[in-house]
Ligand binder design. Structure first.
Ligand SMILES: *Cc1c(COP(=O)(O)O)cnc(C)c1O
Length: 431
């Protein structure tokens, strides 16, 4: 008998974030359409978290497929130092005007982590090139900016970074603002800002940290202080970009504008790997010199891959259509209705939402941390109901493709209500 995809996988593949000693067999996915994914046994799953937050327009989108095929017949890849091509130039031309702040230049890389690496290197070398002695980067507790070493360094230390902690560079971590801590926080930032080169942050929603949300107006107060002190503001919009939080970019909720913006995930509609780091003319200008040492020495073999850029252009076409915005507003309204309902349940707490993101904590009898059993249990619970929801510790969240239908959303909500009532009956903990 022929082996299944899942069985063949288990002989040869090492998956991300997976303890293979105990992990269940992976599900072999053969096809995707809209908000649905289909497995090799023919089951359909609702992709309620957009395949790790990347898919904004649904799977196998025909417009994306068409543009990708067209580009594949024209130019698939070429070196990007000393050479250029239409998809890269056009994408930069179309992206810059819609980004927050006065973004003037686009630097391409391959994914979110590399977009962050480039941002960090830009910021460090900006201060080098301008001959000023500052050396610290400020980031938030619970931050997540990626898995490469620079990105890990500016991310919260956690069970995920534990083995690498001694190799990560020092960063100043501060709390996200709330009404209780804002006065002290402003004082702290004032004291730190003078010796710091940059502040990197996920605007308004800390994704991997547990979909933690914080106030735009309080954040604006912090950003204003940083700006006054000359710090470069690095907005990591990798998860929040392209409409996820309601506005096109979450930075638009604040008046103070970023100097550097990182994008990936939704950039290609989730169809291909691509990272973008943009910066203002002031940042770019600090690298212009007759001195070769002031060059930004960074690049990847696949910088500005034409296929990925053309897919990003196709995704942008869809994103900028009124229908996409209407879909996002529709999801937001559905979430809002469900939120009211969910808030009446004792088994969940801290129900929160912003735009198309909804998150809450499942009250568990055990300790609250990512590697506790509850996360696995919840993941399996929804998998059995053919819904892809992958909790972050006790945090359950919905972050769907914008094309998800009300009926599909309804199924996701119902599955959550089922979970809640089973929790109330104590039916789940005993499994
Ligand atoms: C996912 C994510 C990254 C890392 O992107 P990868 O493409 O997974 O390397 C960085 N920052 C934020 C805010 C993210 O959500």
């Amino acid at each position: 008998m022929n082996k299944s995809l899942s069985q063949r996988d288990q002989a040869v593949i090492w998956h991300p974030y997976t303890q293979h000693q105990t992990a269940p067999a992976p599900i072999g996915i053969t096809r995707g359409e809209g908000a649905l994914l289909f497995d090799e046994a023919g089951n359909e799953y609702i992709d309620a978290t957009s395949s790790w937050w990347v898919n904004i327009h649904g799977h196998s989108h025909p417009h994306i497929a068409k543009k990708l095929a067209g580009q594949a017949n024209t130019l698939q890849h070429c070196i990007f130092a000393g050479y250029t091509h239409e998809p890269a130039v056009q994408l930069a031309e179309r992206l810059l005007p819609i980004l927050p702040g006065q973004q003037a230049r686009v630097f391409y890389s391959d994914n979110g982590s590399t977009a962050v690496e480039v941002a960090i290197k830009m910021a460090i070398q900006y201060w080098n090139n301008t001959g000023q002695k500052r050396n610290k980067i400020i980031a938030f507790h619970h931050a997540y900016h990626g898995d490469t070493f620079g990105a890990m360094s500016v991310s919260a230390r956690s069970v995920f970074t534990k083995a690498f902690d001694p190799y990560l560079f020092d960063v100043i971590f501060i709390d996200t603002p709330n009404h209780g801590n804002i006065a002290g926080l402003k004082q702290q930032v004032k004291e730190l800002a003078g010796q710091s080169i940059a502040f990197i942050y996920e605007p308004l929603v800390q994704g991997a940290g547990g979909m933690l949300m914080y106030s735009a107006s309080l954040m604006d107060e912090l950003l204003t202080i940083c700006k006054e002190q000359g710090l470069l503001l690095i907005a990591d919009e990798i998860m929040t970009g392209f409409g996820r939080t309601g506005r096109n970019f979450a930075s638009e909720y604040m008046r103070t504008e970023p100097d550097i913006v990182c994008l990936s995930k939704g950039l290609t509609g989730g169809a291909m790997a691509l990272g973008v780091t943009t910066c203002t003319q002031a940042v770019y200008g600090a690298f212009l010199s007759d001195d070769a040492l002031k060059t930004l020495f960074h690049g990847h073999s696949f910088t500005a891959n034409p296929l990925a850029c053309s897919v990003a252009l196709a995704s942008l076409d869809i994103f900028l259509e009124p229908a996409c915005r209407e879909n996002r507003l529709r999801i937001q309204q559905q979430h809002l209705n469900f939120k009211t309902r969910l808030e009446q349940c004792n088994e969940v707490k801290q129900v929160r939402m912003l735009g198309t993101i909804m998150a809450f904590e499942v009250v568990s009898p055990g300790e609250d941390n990512y590697i506790n059993g509850l996360a696995n249990l919840l993941h399996t619970y929804f998998k059995n109901k053919r819904i892809m929801l992958r909790p972050l510790g006790n945090t359950l969240y919905i972050l769907p493709p914008y094309c998800i239908t009300n009926e599909q959303l309804g199924k996701v909500y119902q599955a959550i209500l089922d979970l809640v009532s089973e929790l109330a009956q104590g039916a789940i903990m005993t499994k």
